[in-house]
Design a protein around this ligand. Structure first.
Ligand code: ZN
Length: 154
């Protein structure tokens, strides 16, 4: 398994994960052009991506998700809460496969086993993920914070 960041921080997040013949994108907080440039810079093409996983509805994680999914017909996985928070922004009709996941239930995409886990964050049903290829595990944790009266989480 290997992975590379498209970028991280409040300007946009995205992580590419590759295992054997499966390539996944975890979040995409960049506009379409920017996302394609960042993917190309890592020697990959959007056409090769088998799925996009979404952690939560904040713009720095989802800005490019549906644009990429539509253009390249990439399936998207997200929780029901994230789906409902984003429902108004979804194209109608939805013209790419959309999978609603249970935030506790493991699932697989191609060669990758994926365990979601809920996190405390100021979003509807935020999750983070652990990716597993049978030998190695990759745990990802980007956003886990709830609003403070003074401090603002990303
Ligand atoms: Zn967030």
């Amino acid at each position: 398994m290997r992975f590379a960041s498209l970028g991280s921080g409040s300007a946009g997040n995205g992580l590419l994960i590759e295992q054997a013949n499966t390539r996944l994108l975890l979040d995409c907080g960049f506009g379409l052009r920017d996302a394609l440039m960042r993917i190309a810079r890592l020697g990959m093409q959007a056409e090769e991506i088998d799925g996009i996983l979404v952690t939560h509805e904040h713009d720095d994680h989802v800005a490019g998700v549906f644009k990429l999914a539509r253009k390249f017909r990439i399936p998207v996985w997200l929780t029901h809460g994230t789906y409902s928070a984003l429902e108004k922004r979804l194209p109608k009709p939805i013209d790419f496969p959309l999978h609603i996941i249970d935030s506790h239930q493991a699932f697989s995409i191609g060669d990758v086993h994926i365990q979601p886990y809920p996190v405390p964050h100021d979003a509807r049903e935020p999750v983070q993920f652990v990716f597993e290829d049978g030998q190695h595990k990759l745990g990802v944790l980007t956003d886990a914070a709830v609003p403070h009266p003074i401090w603002k989480p990303y």
